[in-house]
Design a protein around this ligand. Structure first.
Ligand code: CS2
Length: 486
């Protein structure tokens, strides 16, 4: 176990916090303390606490599973400390202990404790990593989905919320009532315009709850957009043991990431912000070109690589990108479909960005998993591919690679690779109805999945037909035989 006590006695190669933890105060409350948050936002904040000790973080978990209870216990036992191993494509590693988390609360166990923090004037930023699909936006209407059962439950008993929307809005209501300033709602999810999406979601909920309150939130809170980037693999039991063996620590919560990291943010904070520029965060007027490049190039090609990679039988992203056929297809996708329809931020070469992304994917030492990338594919397709698909359909461009990607996704959902090995695809938003569509023997039925909702208003007849043809080829001859001609 890592605890406060061992901070003065860390193994030589392990870096500890550069500040005295006793001086740190609460400033940020974060929902969704997953690996990405721990390797990204927490990593950045950890570096500025020396200069600005008022920005410590309270972590909040929203789910009530055995796993989340175990995680909460581990955080508490470890005084909220954990190690982060940064791994370069060369295999070089460095380890640091992150100390910026001040407490970890499991919301369902004590909702009031979370609400008290949200109403505490010390908390000036509420951040979140609740996944691409976590904002409860209906892709067909583009609006916050008020029919969601959990949202309905929160609207009935708003003082005992269970959703992130319920918590944040009730927290803001209490602040308004107490005459306190609002806080900044800072989404760190990998979405196009993540701040605008968060704004839509939280105001959507607030409007349904109380129009005056919604107006106050609109006038007083801010929702900056940001682009977040750092590849952070799932920590499997094997990786867990390996990280501890290499670091010499006995950490119950080790996390690992690539050495690359980037955070570009709009400087729109309602109630102050940490000096994150000291840790390398770029503050810009408009984050759109940065997020477009990241999502449409990195994330989009990640899934374009891993859906077929899983079918071939590759467990790791580095194996998939090391396969010349799959890599060639991703390069063609970027060169032909994405780059010509994408605007680069000033001073950035899209060709260089493409090469750096593929280099990052080839980080074998990190062991990033293809199944992690494919997980929640239904939400990711909507976020990562939509602009490219719409541009292709509207501009009557070639749809071969997009159709291949869609077909590979649908075949991947069947849970069996070409070697006959079974695996479990992870689609957290699917209910029985979606699994029924996905598993149908009819090749067209699965095209009704919400993954493809965001371009359904366009003429998709040719695209859909192509997907069906490619699925047949994948089934009969394997995924490589179905790759688009180059
Ligand atoms: C990945 C991301 O899950 C995915 O689809 O592309 O998790 C990726 O690793 C991060 O966005 C990198 O910043």
């Amino acid at each position: 176990m890592i605890t406060e006590k061992i901070l003065n006695d860390l193994p030589k190669a392990v870096k500890g916090p550069s500040y005295n933890r006793d001086r740190i105060k609460n400033g940020i409350l974060h929902f969704g303390v997953g690996n990405f948050f721990r390797a990204h936002e927490a990593f950045y904040v950890d570096q500025i606490l020396e200069h600005a000790p008022e920005w410590g973080i309270i972590g909040v978990g929203l789910t009530h599973s055995e796993r989340s209870k175990k995680k909460a216990d581990e955080f508490i036992k470890q005084d909220c400390l954990y190690s982060l191993t940064e791994t370069a494509p060369s295999g070089e590693r460095s380890v640091r202990v992150i100390g910026c988390l001040r407490d970890y609360l499991l919301a369902p166990a004590d909702p009031e404790a979370v609400l008290k923090h949200l109403a505490d004037p010390a908390i000036r930023i509420v951040s979140m990593t609740i996944t691409e699909g976590g904002y409860n936006i209906d892709e067909k209407t583009g609006e916050f989905d008020l029919s969601d059962a959990d949202v309905q439950a929160d609207l009935k008993t708003p003082e005992k919320p269970s959703t992130v929307f319920g918590y944040v809005v009730e927290g803001l209501r209490r602040r308004r009532e107490a005459g306190l300033p609002a806080f900044t709602v800072m989404s760190c999810d990998n979405l196009r315009h993540n701040g605008n999406v968060a704004r839509k979601a939280f105001l959507g909920y607030a409007h349904a709850r109380d129009a005056d309150l919604a107006k106050w939130i609109e006038d007083n809170a801010t929702f900056p957009n940001s682009m977040v980037d750092r590849i952070t693999p799932t920590v499997t039991p094997d990786i867990h043991d390996k990280l501890n063996t290499e670091s010499g620590l006995d950490d119950d919560l080790p996390v690992m990431a690539e050495d690359f990291h980037q955070w570009v943010m709009e400087d729109r904070f309602a109630n102050g912000r940490p000096p994150l520029e000291k840790a390398g965060v770029q503050f810009v007027e408009d984050v759109t070109p940065y997020e477009q490049v990241k999502i449409r190039m990195l994330n989009a090609s990640h899934i374009m690589l891993c859906f077929p990679g899983i079918l071939v039988g590759y467990e790791y992203v580095a194996q998939a990108v090391g396969d010349a056929d799959l890599r060639g297809n991703v390069e063609a996708f970027l060169n032909e479909d994405v780059i010509p329809t994408l605007k680069a931020p000033e001073g950035l070469s899209l060709e260089e960005y493409r090469d750096s992304v593929l280099h990052r994917f080839s980080n074998a030492a990190m062991g990033d998993q293809t199944l992690r990338i494919a997980g929640d594919g239904c939400s990711k397709i909507q976020v990562f591919w939509t602009d490219t698909v719409r541009k292709a359909l509207e501009g009557k461009r070639d749809i071969a690679r997009i159709a291949f990607g869609m077909a590979a996704y649908l075949e991947m959902l069947r849970g069996v690779n070409e070697k006959g090995d079974h695996y479990t695809p992870n689609e957290p938003t699917f209910k029985d109805a979606q699994w029924k569509l996905a598993k149908s023997d009819d090749f067209t039925t699965a095209l009704e999945l919400p993954a493809f909702d965001a371009w359904r208003d366009l003429d998709t007849a040719a695209l859909d037909q192509k997907v069906v043809e490619i699925r047949k080829i994948i089934r009969e001859k394997g995924v490589k035989a179905a790759l688009p001609a180059r």
